[in-house]
Write a protein that binds this ligand. Sequence first.
Ligand code: DAH
Length: 357
Amino acid sequence: MDTLKAKYLTGIANAADESALEDIRLAALGKKGEISALMATLGKMDPDQRKVRGAALNVLKDEIDAALRAKKAALADAALDARLRAEWLDVTLPARPRRVGTIHPVSQVMEELTAIFADMGFAVAEGPQVESDWYNFDALNIPPEHPARQEHDTFFMHRAPGDNRPPHVLRTHTSPVQIRALQTLGTPLRVIAPGRVYRMDMDQTHTPMFHQVEGIAIDRDISMANLKWVLEEFCRAFFEVDSVELRFRASHFPFTEPSAEVDIRCSWEGGQLKIGQGDKWMEILGSGMMHPKVLAAAGVDPSQWQGFAFGMGIDRIAMLKYGIPDLRAFFESDLRWLRHYGFAALDMPDLAGGLSA
Ligand code: DAH
């Protein structure tokens, strides 16, 4: 029995896999196995001898059985270890960037300016792109005979034959949102309104559809000084420079009094535009104090409230900031252009994390 025990325990210890183990189990404990055969001889023994031999055989059988189980568990553990080693992966590695499209510079700039103005307490308002001529013109102090109507190169919608009401227009600027925001939100008010606008115009710097952002701040004592600070703060944050210099040039808009066009100091060196320094000026927006008639048209008492307004071309400041030469390419959906000038889809601009980083 000692010889048997040594043979099987050594065999078990050296078994390389489960099937080798199974062979050993069958050879020892199977129906035709060696231990089973010895068990079968017990019947022919006399009772005393049987008792001694039987007990010893049972101990041997249990020992082999236990060794088989232990080895089986050890093999399974080793197999799991090997698999875990083979399938190891470092979950702390940064994800591989997979570009699912890109963000268009116009969308990027809209996100950027929304973040900047939100930081200064401005909410975002919207209005329809198909607008009534009252909102687009009359309410903004541009009556039907006003020359500004011609300057806007307006697209008109069709009316049904016989319907003689003035036709709706594709809004020519975001200024009608001034009226809509005041009507729905009332005073005091601080909103910007980015969006699409339309004019019949097409050359290197004009497309029939383009983007503007309107801004208004209305309270009891808003002044041009507030306008100047807000615009300077915006330009510094937007162009990501330490200092900017703005020039306010007297101008005229029907919906503001006084009115000013705003230029930003810049330089052109070797075809490279630099914002904030140099001896050139670039016009970037129109602005002024909201005309009393505009406040009144929106149902606001101009003897109680006053505010500033500004309107800025989004495509234009996108071109300036990101050095994009031709406006028309913005809307041609050329994938090579989009991949070159686009932004990573999952990077949201915010003031703390960097606008365009
Ligand atoms: N609506 C003007 C345009 O499209 C831009 C503008 C100028 C908007 C002055 C304003 C403003 O709010 O105060 O040309």
